[in-house]
Every structure is written in C-alpha cells, then in structure tokens.
Design a protein. Sequence first.
Length: 311
Amino acid sequence: MKVIVILFVMLGMLIASGLDTKSQKNGDFLIFTVDNKDLSIDAKMIEEALKSNGFVIGENANIQAELLDIYKDNNFKIYSNISFYHKDITLNLLKKEADAGVLVPMGMIVYQKLDEDDLHLVVVTADAQARILGKNLQGLHDLEDAVVEVIRTLFPSAVDYYNKKRKVQERNFLTKYTLNIKDKDADFEDIREELEEEFEEKFGEAGFAMPSYFDLSDDLGEDSPYDFYVTYAICKMDVLRIVVKVEPQAAALGPCTTMIYKKKNEDKIVMGFASIYNWINSANIEGKASIDGLLQTQSVYENILKDVTKN
C-alpha cells in the first residue's frame, strides 16, 4: 500500500511540474516535421498562412537557390528563411520592452534535405528569446503561440519536437551600444539619418546583406514611447553557408536583427542585436569552421556599431 501511495505522489509531482516529454523544453528550437514527398508544400504556402493570421512578412528568402547560385553548393531540395512579425502582439511587446526589437523580425526556417521526404519548419521558442532579453515576458509566449497555431492549423498531421538540449555558455546574449546626443538642440531626425547612412555603408562594405528594413515608428501609434524605432535584418551568406551545412536549424535565429531607437525625452539613440553567441548555444554548434565564422561575425558586427556610435 505504501508503495502505491508513493507512486501516486511521484506521478502527481511529475504532472504538476510538467515533466512530460512534450512540455520539457530541452532545446531552443521547436521543430515541426511534415511529409512532403511530393514537394507539394513550399515556403510560399506558409508565408500566405502567416499573412492571413496577422503577421507582416519581411522576406521569404530562397536560400537554397542562393547557395546554388553563389557557391554551386547545395544540400537541400528546399531551404527558405521567412522573416516576420505580428502586427499586434509584436508592437505591444515593443511598447513594453524596448530591447524586444532585436526579435523583429523573427525567423522561421523551412527546409528539406536532398535525401529526405519530410519538410521541417523551425521556430525559436519563447524561452530562448527570453534568455536573449534577460526577461521572461508574456508577449514572447503569446507570439510563439500565434506562430504555432498557424503551423498546426496548416499541417494538422505535423509532428513537433525540440532540438537537443543546448550547452549554454555564459555570454552576453544581447549586444548594445549607445550614441549620446550631446547637442540638446540638435534635430534627432538628422542625426538618425546620418547614423543609418553610415550604418548601411559600413555593413555593405563588410559584405553583409540587408534583406529587410522596418520603420515601426508610425505603426507604434500615438502612445508610442519612442521618437522613432527601426530595425534591420542583416545576414552574411558565406558564414550562413558554413553553418547551415553543419546545422540547418541554426538559421532560425537569423537574419540577425539590429534595432535602432530613440525614446522620447532621452538624449540618446540605442543600437543593438541578439549576439551571435546565441547561434552557438541554441544550435549546439561545435564545428571549428562554423564557430570561428560566427565569432568573427560577432567581432565585425560589434566594431561597426562601436564605430558608428563612436564608442
């Protein structure tokens, strides 16, 4: 009798703590797998489903075609990166947490390898996003729920699981720099324009692509806490190529988003991005070439922001 009681207590503890295999979020990526032997499913179908459910699309990038065109090297039948944000959930989140802009747009990887019949959809979990921000915000979970609902509605038979448990290194997962406006009478719009021009020029010279740009200033509405808020989606194809060959899921954290904003009544402009270290942790990247490429990207990224903010 005592054994039975103990077993029931243990079972109750497991249920209460949510330690079933589905709720145990061992990884940072939630991955959906669906049969696509006939290749009838493509990224455009997923893009349309997102758009029909309140999401704004930044870009639906056919990376598979780019890998083949640029490098004559391709391991995939399908490899696309869809960048997007939710016009209500995301904007409300930004009003409460300025740094959440490093997740606007967020990415979804859609891929199918040459030797596979299954298509994979990869999204970054709310828990992983919370680690980047250092805050576990309800809006992050609302956003994850909205994305997951679109996928599950579109593909009811899809099987979902988490990637393998990450080995978290203690790093600064959010990189930020500040440009102080010393002249109180200066026109911040002029400063912003000059800053963005220099920013774009330096990233272009360093070989980065900037596939999408969002000016969210007006969309945030009259109650916006910002004078302006913009984000850039940025990527480097040669580094991406090395990483996705090792771990296709990794690019769900890309393209890297840089936020640039100025809060009302503050004499500073903030710039920042989710550190490249997140790629290494979340995707459990171990190959030397991949890690070296990512760390070099982090260094270049930081140096550009230091330069344009004169830090």
